[in-house]
Design a protein around this ligand. Structure first.
Ligand code: TXA
Ligand code: MG
Length: 324
């Protein structure tokens, strides 16, 4: 497939280009687009053949459901059969932004989007390019992260192009994603709202609006969130999650991935000052380590606070649970 690559400045959007991308979505094509979390690989939610194309382009197992992206609460009502009050409050409070809610599925939503589950997951991104694309397309856009299944999610156009060139109709280069880890996924169909995948919005923040919210325990095998059972986020390099940065053993062709400073006896991928900076650069550096031919990455494990919960989750998956 010939892939057209276009550039759109999120601060000065060329609507003629958005219209071309929206036209591709409407006629059943695939478009890679930037969001505030990571790049997404999108198709019309209501077109089962187009959605099948997403699974094919990613090499994604068909039992792993997709998030539908909307640009209004009304559009969410096209997908969910029921929006309980506390869910509505969450959506009003955190949308647009990195929060995905799981609700009961309306019968018109194709089976393939939800991988046969009776629920549907919905997110309203804050990224201006994503927002305009959904609006002009006029349909919800089903979109997983725009990586080949098993690789870290792309947070730059270059990495999205690396994985998706030749597999989709269009890739929109809208610059780097801001947050760097995927959205918080919260199941609002359970008695107690439960985070199935941690992200920038924490369980505490959700509880402050919805009344209650807990983290779903063992994310690596949460049966309600099928995607979490797959080995995600793994680069080719061997990754170790490190609690004590003074205990990194010598190793040939290794590098340190960290934030907040420190002195090390080997090459360092320095993600910046805060754990938020670390989140923004985590997938970028895991991919860069492979590009640089690094064999082993020792990555700092942050505290389980704020977005640190999400960073720990992705890092432990990348490390296959190996902790120093
Ligand atoms: O930030 C994000 O959420 C990005 C951007 C592109 O929006 N998207 C993303 O999609 O990360 P994906 O497909 O890579 O991850 C979605 C996760 C998967 O783990 C999937 O299993 C889970 O959400 N999921 C989707 N629908 C679900 C449902 N109905 N019930 C339970 N889990 C669901
Ligand atoms: Mg993904």
């Amino acid at each position: 497939m010939n892939t057209e690559i276009i550039k759109i400045d999120p601060d000065n959007i060329d609507m003629a280009l958005i219209d071309r991308a929206a036209e591709i979505i409407r006629r059943g094509g695939l478009v890679v687009f930037p969001t505030e979390t990571v790049y997404g690989l999108g198709a019309n939610t209501f077109d089962p053949r187009a959605v099948a194309g997403i699974y094919a382009a990613k090499g994604r197992p068909s039992d792993n459901p997709l998030i539908s992206h909307v640009c209004s609460l009304e559009q969410a009502e096209e997908l969910a059969s029921e929006i309980p009050d506390r869910a509505r409050r969450l959506m009003e409070h955190f949308w647009g932004g990195p929060l995905t809610v799981i609700l009961k599925r309306k019968s018109g939503v194709p089976d393939i989007v939800s991988a046969g589950l009776d629920t549907v997951s919905i997110r309203f991104p804050s990224h201006s390019v994503a927002y305009e694309l959904i609006k002009r397309a006029g349909v919800p856009i089903a979109a997983p992260s725009a990586n080949l299944s098993g690789s870290p999610s792309p947070t730059t156009a270059r990495h999205a192009i690396y994985d998706m060139d030749g597999r989709v109709d269009m890739i929109i280069d809208g610059g780097d994603s801001f947050i760097g880890v995927e959205s918080t996924v919260v199941d609002m169909t359970l008695d107690v709202p439960t985070v199935l995948r941690p992200g920038a919005i924490t369980a505490e923040e959700i509880a402050s609006v919805a009344g209650q919210c807990v983290y779903g325990g063992d994310y690596s095998n949460a049966p309600k969130c099928p995607g979490m059972k797959y080995t995600h986020y793994s680069p080719k390099a061997d990754v170790w999650a490190v609690n004590d940065m003074d205990r990194i053993p010598p190793a040939e062709n290794s590098a340190v991935l960290t934030y907040g400073g420190g002195r090390f006896d080997r090459p360092v991928y320095d993600a910046g000052k805060t754990v938020g900076d670390y989140a923004a650069k985590l997938f970028y550096f895991l991919r860069k380590a492979d590009e640089d031919g690094i064999k082993t990455v020792y990555a700092r494990l942050p505290k389980a606070e704020g977005i640190g919960v999400a960073v720990r989750n992705r890092l432990l998956k990348a490390a296959g649970g190996k902790v120093l």
